[in-house]
Ligand binder design. Structure first.
Ligand SMILES: [Ca+2]
Length: 385
């Protein structure tokens, strides 16, 4: 291609030079020559443009609802002493560019997937004991049959400040809770079409992503994207939690878990895009709902990766490891949610990370998808419009 471009270029250049080098007077005085010179210059211009088009790299069109995250090297995690131990230390990581959903997957989008595939989420299925006991200490007795009902975990705020820090005081296993009934059988999605879908287990998120022709982000991709180009900053928007007093993400205001002042306008989830986007044009990376990542969760993962000068596209550990829940099989979730409060869990930071049981949906966990540059497939990604 390059050779033919140069060949045409030199032929046309010779042609133009031939005419331009003729006496100016003759060009001006002879209309025929003026026309020939104009044609030559036009042909040259067209050829240069055509050749540029031939040699330019093919840039695929932006998939609907996604933005391009350019990739690069950054400090993943943090060295801040007040951050949780599992976020430390900061270490160098490089990720390739990728496409990312600009918002969390919404109820409306998830409904299209279910309508097309008849998919039944984990929370809608009766639990399988064989599957369930994989995440329990060996020898755990099988619960009675009446405990085996489809359901999920729902946030149920206590009326008073709890006497102890025990999440079982505000999380309730609720029969009939699922993505269509996020707070239990008496709740529904009325007015929440553009809220993030919740009560989604890891395998539900993977099933949706596969249908959409996409995948879940790695933790490194997610964190790089959440930082929005503001690398090394505590928050996705800079160094201050509330710059100028402004609330920039859907998190909890008031005393968690019993008092929500609703200062940001929301007690629960908010419609996607209710808060400003980050530097890459991504909405609600911080707050609203936690987001599944592809990686297994290992509390020591950052310490392990810090041994590498620059870790390229890390895809997570080979298995889950969390000494606080040694039998749990956990995947990484990121970004915090509408339940993250200053007085309780300050997880509304890009470096924050936690492990979530892979088979558990909760009323504050959702997801979004990504697409590698070389996986871009405009046909299959049409599914998630
Ligand atoms: Ca989020």
């Amino acid at each position: 291609m390059k050779k033919s471009f140069l060949g045409r270029w030199s032929l046309l250049l010779d042609f133009v030079i031939h005419w331009v080098q003729r006496p100016i007077g003759s060009l001006h005085s002879c209309p025929i020559l003026q026309v020939r010179a104009s044609v030559a210059l036009l042909a040259l211009s067209l050829t240069v443009r055509m050749s540029a088009a031939e040699t330019a790299p093919t840039v695929p069109p932006t998939p609907p609802g996604m933005v391009w995250v350019p990739g690069g090297e950054f400090a993943m995690g943090t060295d801040e002493s007040e951050a949780y131990a599992t976020e430390r230390p900061a270490h160098r990581v490089k990720v390739d560019g990728f496409w990312m959903d600009e918002t969390e997957v919404t109820n409306e989008q998830f409904a299209k997937f279910v309508a097309a595939t008849k998919y039944l989420t984990v929370a809608e299925r009766v639990p399988d004991w064989e599957e369930l006991k994989r995440g329990l200490p060996p020898g755990t007795p099988k619960p009675s049959a009446e405990r085996f009902v489809a359901g999920s975990l729902v946030f149920t705020p206590p009326k008073e400040a709890p006497a102890r820090d025990d999440f079982t005081l505000w999380w309730t296993w609720t029969s009939g809770a699922n993505w269509l009934h996020p707070e239990g059988p008496n709740s529904n999605l009325d007015g929440r079409a553009n809220h993030p879908v919740v009560q989604i287990a890891y395998e539900d998120a993977v099933a949706y992503a596969t249908w959409a022709g996409k995948r879940l982000p790695t933790e490194a991709e997610w964190e790089f994207a959440a930082r929005g180009g503001k690398n090394g900053q505590r928050y996705a928007w800079g160094g201050e939690f509330r710059p100028g007093g402004k609330i920039l993400a859907n998190v909890w205001q008031g005393q968690f878990p019993n008092q929500n002042t609703r200062e940001d306008g929301y007690v629960g989830s908010s419609p996607v895009k209710s808060f400003p986007p980050n530097g890459y044009g991504l909405y609600d990376m911080i707050g609203n709902v936690w987001e599944w990542c592809a990686d297994w969760y290992d509390v020591n993962q950052h310490r392990t990766l810090a041994a590498d000068p620059v870790c390229q596209n890390p895809a997570g550990p080979r298995r889950s490891f969390n000494p606080r829940e040694p039998y749990a099989l956990q995947r990484v979730t990121k970004g915090g949610s509408f339940l993250c409060a200053e007085n309780y869990c300050v997880n509304y930071r890009p470096s924050a990370r936690r492990g979530t049981d892979y088979d558990t949906g909760m009323s504050h966990i959702g997801f979004r998808c990504v697409l590698s540059a070389d996986q871009h497939n405009p046909v299959s990604s049409e599914n998630s419009k």
